[in-house]
Design a protein around this ligand. Structure first.
Ligand SMILES: *[C@@H]1O[C@H](CO)[C@@H](O)[C@H](O)[C@H]1NC(C)=O
Ligand SMILES: *[C@@H]1O[C@H](CO)[C@@H](O)[C@H](O)[C@H]1NC(C)=O
Ligand SMILES: *[C@@H]1O[C@H](CO)[C@@H](O)[C@H](O)[C@H]1NC(C)=O
Ligand SMILES: *[C@@H]1O[C@H](CO)[C@@H](O)[C@H](O)[C@H]1NC(C)=O
Length: 167
């Protein structure tokens, strides 16, 4: 009986998640995969090393990371650790939430489709510059790893694979 109950409850829940388009799949991208996806999403090639550096130090390229609570109770979401204080709407009502500048639910900044995370990160960068990311001065304001190799023929960046969506 218990098992049947679980199935009856869980299946609709699963379907609900699917139809909400809430990403269930969490992935860790390789640097070149991220470079390829950013490029497809219209990030200029010259900016790619910097975006990769920020993603590396913010999330280690994990798309699904939700950060520990900050001092004010807020949390940071996804590849670029975007704050739910100003930029996205947290799943629950919170005291600290002030704006939803990117007009997006924070959960959409997680998971394998990185489109919203990238659009929101671009907006943040336009408004605040690279120093919006606390890792920038320490780790990303200097010599960065070149990304040229990612775009060599024979590399897998922009080619479709199971992990690369949107192509
Ligand atoms: C949101 O609220 C639900 C139910 O109160 C809780 O289980 C969940 O952990 C909360 N989510 C976050 C991100 O705090
Ligand atoms: C966020 O999620 C809520 C509840 O699922 C929905 O009503 C709202 O339209 C969503 N907002 C955006 C900007 O997607
Ligand atoms: C970045 O590096 C330059 C040159 O070393 C320095 O002048 C600048 O203050 C640094 N910016 C930040 C935000 O640390
Ligand atoms: C593909 O990119 C990776 C990471 O930058 C690099 O280590 C590798 O040598 C590249 N492979 C080719 C064939 O260029």
């Amino acid at each position: 009986m218990v098992v049947r109950w679980k199935v009856r409850v869980l299946l609709p829940v699963l379907l609900w998640f699917l139809f909400q388009g809430i990403p269930l799949l969490a992935i860790r991208l390789t640097p070149c995969q991220l470079a390829g996806q950013l490029y497809i999403l219209d990030v200029p090639k010259s900016e790619l090393p910097l975006w990769l550096c920020i993603a590396q130090f913010e999330s280690r390229f994990n798309t699904h990371v939700v950060g520990q609570r900050n001092d004010d109770g807020s949390r940071d979401y996804g590849l670029f650790q975007i704050s739910d204080r100003y930029w996205c709407a947290p799943p629950n009502q919170t005291e600290y939430h002030a704006f939803n500048e990117c007009n997006v639910n924070c959960t959409r900044l997680l998971g394998e489709d990185i489109t919203m995370a990238v659009q929101c990160a671009k907006r943040i960068q336009r408004q605040q510059g690279w120093t919006a990311w606390s890792v920038y001065p320490e780790f990303c304001n200097g010599t960065l790893e070149a990304i040229d190799e990612c775009f060599q023929p024979g590399n897998t960046t922009t080619e479709c694979s199971d992990e690369v969506i949107g192509c």
